[in-house]
Design a protein around this ligand. Structure first.
Ligand SMILES: [Zn+2]
Length: 259
């Protein structure tokens, strides 16, 4: 099983689970079929980290933003939006993310999460950058905020219904899927993939999380994407390399990466 041209559109290589071998792993990716990786920031520190690391590796790009689970660690008064705007001027920064709503963990109140989400959606508009949206158990509110702000971008690790996927496609959004596609309880995600046109699908790992079967529960990395690419390809009736190529092109289109 040899594949090439993989674009992992969502990864977290800053995570301490990569401390042992981060440099050698990142360096090895192009030889192992992974030609592009989008590193997603979760707070100010990891956003700065992404900018720093994207300078070191030609195949690494990054997004800067504050995740809903970190929503309370920043506020407009401390200048976080100005710092994000400054970071976003860097050449390898291609999106604002990940941002959104997480009502599963509710680390911060819905109100705080919605404020930070709205502020960063506005920032992305101002900077003319796409967004990477995190939505966990907040489908209704995420959809209505996207309908209101109309950003371009990706809803990542999609867990909504087929109907929501169709609404997002109407809004012009792209939709990302992780190793969840290989899990036994993936029925809803598989139905969503079927409903999404090929030119709006992107592949991602969300590594170190969400390792696909047969690696479930282990540390995930970008090379494992082939396992869910295979599932996605099967649903679309094309071969796996074709799926990887199309997803790569989609990812570069939405992030504005020309090679
Ligand atoms: Zn993520």
């Amino acid at each position: 099983m040899e594949f090439e041209n993989i674009f992992d559109t969502h990864a977290h290589y800053y995570d301490n689970r990569f401390d042992e071998d981060r440099e050698s792993l990142l360096e090895s990716l192009p030889q192992r079929g992974v030609s592009l990786v989008m590193e997603a920031g979760c707070d100010m520190q990891t956003s700065r980290w992404g900018v720093e690391y994207s300078r070191k590796y030609p195949h690494l790009y990054c997004a800067v933003g504050v995740h809903p689970s970190d929503a309370g660690t920043v506020s407009p008064e401390d200048g976080y939006l100005e710092e994000l705007a400054k970071l976003a001027k860097e050449e390898k920064v291609k999106a604002i993310g990940e941002i959104g709503l997480d009502y599963h963990y509710l680390d911060y109140s819905k109100e705080i999460q919605q404020q930070r989400f709205a502020q960063q959606l506005e920032l992305a508009k101002e900077l003319d950058l796409p967004v990477i949206v995190h939505d966990r158990d907040a489908h209704g509110d995420v959809l209505s905020m996207l309908q209101r702000y109309r950003p371009k971008g990706i809803v990542h690790c999609f867990s909504g219904s087929r109907e929501m996927a169709e609404q997002l496609v109407k809004l012009g959004m792209y939709i990302g899927f992780t190793g969840v596609l290989t899990f036994p309880n993936a029925r809803r995600a598989l139905e969503a993939v079927e409903a999404i046109p090929l030119d709006r699908l992107v592949l991602e790992t969300d590594c170190p999380y969400m390792a696909p079967v047969p690696f479930r529960g282990r540390r995930c990395d970008s090379t494992m994407i082939v396992h869910h690419a295979q599932v996605m390809a099967g649903l679309k009736g094309i071969d796996t390399q074709q799926m990887i190529d199309i997803a790569n092109e989609n990812g570069r289109r939405v992030y504005g990466i020309s090679l």
